[in-house]
Structures are given as C-alpha cells and as structure tokens.
Design a protein. Structure first.
Length: 125
C-alpha cells in the first residue's frame, strides 16, 4: 500500500525528504501502472540536527513548520530549532546564497548571538 496515495490523489509531482524516497518511488511505480503516466519525485535533504541526528522539522514529532500556520506560530516553531541546526535550516529553507550562509556560519562560530543583535543581523543579510 506504500505509495498508493499517489494514485488516489492523482499526483504529478511529489516532494519529500530522503527518508520518504521509497514511498515516493513506490507511488511513482503505481502511477505508471494504474494511470499510465509519469509521476515526478523530488527528494530533499532531511533537516536534522548535526549534533544529535534528530529531525529538526517533523510533522509527526510536532516540530514541523506548516505553511498554513499563523506568523506567530511559525516564528515560535522556528525559534525553538536547536542552535546546532540553524545553518542547515538556512541551507534547506531559505534562498540565501551559500556565500551569505557561510558568512553567517562564521559569525556564529565566532560567538555572535543573533538573538542579542538581531537588528544588526537583519541589516547584514
């Protein structure tokens, strides 16, 4: 039954983390077999804390940041992300160029705290 939702929902494209690759490809096979057309699959890196390996954003763990949340809820969830995962969030969840992300990484490694000097950080992004 893995992936049959792709047939039931008549999807053309599915985007998910690498932990869902098998399910998405099973759906691709089923769409080809039952609907006689292609389904595209895009996988993204799994957003994890590089220190603990725990998922940073997970719907089942209650740490997902849904696009249908209020801005206050989104802000609250983003602010609870472990410090060690901040750089990976910049990589996976923003459009910032890697040069800027590397600059942010260096500032964090030097001990700067964006919570204390948030206006300064926003001005330099």
């Amino acid at each position: 039954m893995q992936g049959y939702d792709s047939v039931a929902l008549d999807v053309d494209l599915e985007i998910g983390g690498t932990d869902q690759t098998f399910n998405m490809l099973a759906g691709r096979t089923l769409v080809k077999r039952y609907l006689n057309r292609e389904k595209f699959v895009i996988t993204t890196t799994l957003l994890t804390n590089p220190v603990t390996g725990e998922k940073l954003m997970s719907k089942s763990l209650g740490t997902g940041v849904g696009l249908n949340l209020s801005s206050q809820e989104m802000f609250g969830k983003v602010m609870t992300i472990a410090d060690a995962g901040v750089i990976q969030v910049f990589v996976d969840c923003t459009r910032l160029p890697m040069e800027k992300i590397d600059a942010i990484r260096k500032r964090l490694e030097s001990g700067e705290n964006p919570k204390i000097s948030s206006l300064s950080w926003r001005m330099r992004l």
